[in-house]
Design a protein around this ligand. Sequence first.
Ligand code: AMP
Length: 517
Amino acid sequence: MTQFPNNSEKTFKTLCERSDKYSQRVALTFKDQAITYEELNQRSDKVATELLTILGTSDLNESRVAFLMEAGLDYVVVQWGIWKAGGVVVPLAKSHPPPELHHTLQDSDPILVIVSSKLKRSIQQADFETTRVIDASQLLDADPNPNSANLQLPSLKPERRAMMIYTSGTTGKPKGAVLTHSILSAQITSLVEAWEWSEDDRIMLVLPLHHIHGIVNVLCCALWKGASCHISSHFDPIDTWNHLSGGELTLFMAVPTIYMLLIKTWEAASESDRSRWSRGASNLRLMVSGSAALPKTSLEKWEQITGQVLLERYGMTEVGMALSNPLHGKRRPGYVGSPLPGVKVRRVDENGVELGDSEQEGELEVSGPNVFLEYWRNPEMTEDSFKNNWFRTGDMAVVDGGSYRLLGRTSVDIIKTGGFKVSALEIEEVIRQHSAVTDCAVVGIPNEDWGELVAVAIVKEPYGEFDLEDFIGWTKNYLAPYKTPRELKLVSELPRNAMGKVQKEQVKLLFSNSLQT
Ligand code: AMP
């Protein structure tokens, strides 16, 4: 499935190997600490050597090593150390409750779990005792082992497995999507080329480090190009605004929810903070949004506040990034752009027949060196998700003038009501324009007469009055009758996962006891 068009096997260098040339440049900063590429290499060499010594081998040979650590310099040192020792990194999520950690550990079957001292309890609560667990400090702070002085680190071929990211499927439990070093490098180089990353770039990382967005798009891209990444321990809107306006950053990437929170914080700030933040943020060369649909209202508000037109892109754990609005040129609101360098994207109809450039909706399929290798130990699921070497994304889209517009996922965001197929995202876009609505999530709920009924959970404006009749009348002005919500629920907030993505299955559950419209 994987070829190496970007890197012939002979000249292939992993992310860590190619960083030698940036030696004295600052790779990472965290709070008041900084680490150069040379230091990152030295420290991760030491972690790799310790790992090999502890496990009594000269090559981890693609064994999985799970790690649960806070965002920070040590996270990257350990990640690189596992790679350099020949292992497969399995990042665990701090936000995951014990049953989810248990599932990830059981499924990935790691040879070792590395955990920071503060997070040890989470691993204990995950009730997973079949694997050895060590404290990260044992690797990071250990005195050099005299027996390891001559230990040679393994050389890594491009087709070796590098990382497994657990991705939440709409059905069943999360699956481990496996990336090789070659796939990882294809995902990185595509973005580096499209968004013109350079050594002079400096990005801030506010995203979780168990998801492709933070790991690949932010961290790996920066380190691939010799740029610098400032790591935040967590997303804090005021701290983020201060960094965005501090004159240091050239790039910023986040999910729509983060932009929405930044907008709210700006609106609540003093006049002087607002103008300082706006002025400073206008100087970045690029701001990117992705991983969920960016509401047009947020795009417009962000432009009003910062002068920045957010670049929206589309991707998923299994394929990396696939579509992007242009770096130079017009970014179309509501569209996710065209295929990224080296990535092939097409749309097919219900019978798998390829569709051309048309307004007829079709499912997106992706192929190229960026597409993942397999779902870990799940050959049936892997096989099912490909058709003739094309990965079936489950996302529906139309295309206009070469630019794609997403309609949602086949399974949750496409609602079949009264024989009509409607896009939940499209209805949400309309409802968000209502003056009493802050945010909303549209779902289809089972109904005998209609197949599915359109239902909406609404977060209302905190100070506004929400008049149901008025709202229904208003929606009829903007939506075809079959698209207007038939059930409605007011909520204080929408259920979201760690990436800020609305959990539609949970929204559906809200309607067991709903207000009929
Ligand atoms: P994940 O693997 O967690 O990154 O989730 C991938 C899914 O997020 C895709 O299959 C899409 O359904 C959704 N997604 C990613 N980017 C966008 C976007 N720009 N607009 C709408 N949905 C998106």
